[in-house]
Ligand binder design. Structure first.
Ligand SMILES: NC(=O)c1ccc[n+]([C@@H]2O[C@H](COP(=O)([O-])OP(=O)(O)OC[C@H]3O[C@@H](n4cnc5c(N)ncnc54)[C@H](O)[C@@H]3O)[C@@H](O)[C@H]2O)c1
Length: 350
């Protein structure tokens, strides 16, 4: 693997790093997008930077929608932002995805800087330039690819993050090891999840993996699809929870999706029994299984909207050994159903 891309900054002093970026971009206006949590816990890190115009939105996936985007465009317009202005996205993946989309489309695109403040957005969402919003209940249905002008990563933001949110981000780190780097997966697996994990190590390894994959395939024509391991069924489950107002975090849905899709990989003889069991038992040691599930028919109709589909065929990304993943795998309905039954049988077995 190569070195980190030039627009990614690891820092213990995010304020100074941001000052350096702004000095380089020399913007006429600087807006900073926050939600109530990043306003309270993260904005104070930048207290010495003058003339930041704050745009605050309500937190949560349910707000990653066009109405909130319109609000951001209105605020940018009201403050007189021009093509020379910069938008800083300070928050988790919701802020990064939506703020990036708003910036990439405002006046056909202005500069934006991601300062991710959740583990999930630091190890994954802020990297790779996938920007967008949910639309008509479908996850990330509208969006663009555009790389941020800078990504500022600082683990100190994680100190205020609730453990449930840390675990949610950890799911993406598990995925990175499973799809791309067996030694990273083994390192993760050696230790139980704990609050004193080495976040910098996770950050460096995950960011390296994600940026390496994205560099090879920026627009997801091929290899980049491996990053969707656990996400095909994971997104269907997450979308159903969102539409039925049930509480489920992105990483929790991905953890469920990885169990389901590892089971499919095992059934298709892509992974050995031992690896399959190692994966399931580790994920189960971190995450509780989801109790409420959509019907199979609803899952199928949600899968029909998956962005990797080719015509009517749903394409999965499935691991074929620890540290390796295939993409564009067609799985028949029986195997999907078997995986769901396996997932749901857990409680009776244990
Ligand atoms: N673009 C991509 O490549 C990509 C990849 C993975 C996930 N995503 C998207 O990312 C989103 C999930 O991101 P997320 O898990 O960061 O969720 P999130 O943005 O909803 O943040 C989770 C919660 O943490 C709060 N928070 C943020 N920083 C905090 C801090 N430092 N201290 C305390 N609380 C803080 C937020 O206000 C929110 O309540 C989903 O929309 C998902 O689709 C995008």
């Amino acid at each position: 693997m190569n070195s980190f891309p030039a627009n990614i900054y690891f820092t213990e002093d995010p304020q100074q790093t941001l000052k350096n970026c702004l000095a380089q971009f020399n913007p006429d206006k600087v807006a900073i997008l926050v939600d109530e949590n990043s306003f309270n816990y993260c904005l104070p890190f930048f207290a010495d930077i003058e003339n930041l115009q704050v745009i605050e939105i309500e937190s949560g996936e349910k707000n990653k929608i066009i109405d909130t985007c319109s609000f951001i465009w209105e605020q940018l317009t009201a403050m007189g932002s021009t093509r020379k202005s910069v938008l800083i996205n300070l928050g988790g993946g919701v802020i990064g995805d939506m703020g990036g989309f708003a910036a990439a489309t405002y006046k056909r695109g202005i500069r934006f800087i991601n300062i991710p403040t959740t583990l999930l957005s630091q190890v994954d969402a802020s990297i790779g330039g996938k920007l967008g919003i949910d639309f008509n209940g479908l996850k990330n249905h509208i969006g663009v690819f555009q790389d941020p002008d800078a990504i500022i990563l600082c683990q100190n933001f994680l100190k205020t993050l609730p453990i449930r949110q840390l675990k949610s981000g950890f799911a993406e780190a598990i995925k990175h090891g499973l799809i791309y780097d067996e030694s990273y997966w083994q390192e993760i697996r050696e230790k139980p999840f704990a609050l004193n994990l080495d976040w910098n190590l996770l950050l460096e390894k995950s960011v390296m993996i994600k940026s390496d994959v994205v560099k090879k395939d920026p627009h997801e024509k091929g290899l980049r699809k491996i990053l969707n391991f656990g996400h095909t069924l994971g997104h269907a489950i997450e979308t159903w929870h969102l539409e039925t107002h049930r509480d489920l975090l992105h990483g929790e849905a991905v953890a469920a999706g990885m169990i389901l899709e590892a089971q499919m990989a095992y059934e298709l003889k892509l992974i050995e029994k031992k690896h399959f069991e190692d994966i399931i038992s580790y994920i189960d040691s971190v995450f509780e299984r989801i109790a409420t599930f959509p019907t199979f028919e609803r899952i199928k109709s949600l899968l029909s909207q998956d962005k990797k589909n080719q015509g009517a065929m749903v394409m999965f990304s499935l691991i074929n050994g620890p540290g390796s993943c295939l993409f564009d795998i067609v799985v028949n309905d029986d195997d999907i159903l078997n995986a769901i039954q396996f997932y749901q049988s857990y409680k009776t077995k244990n």
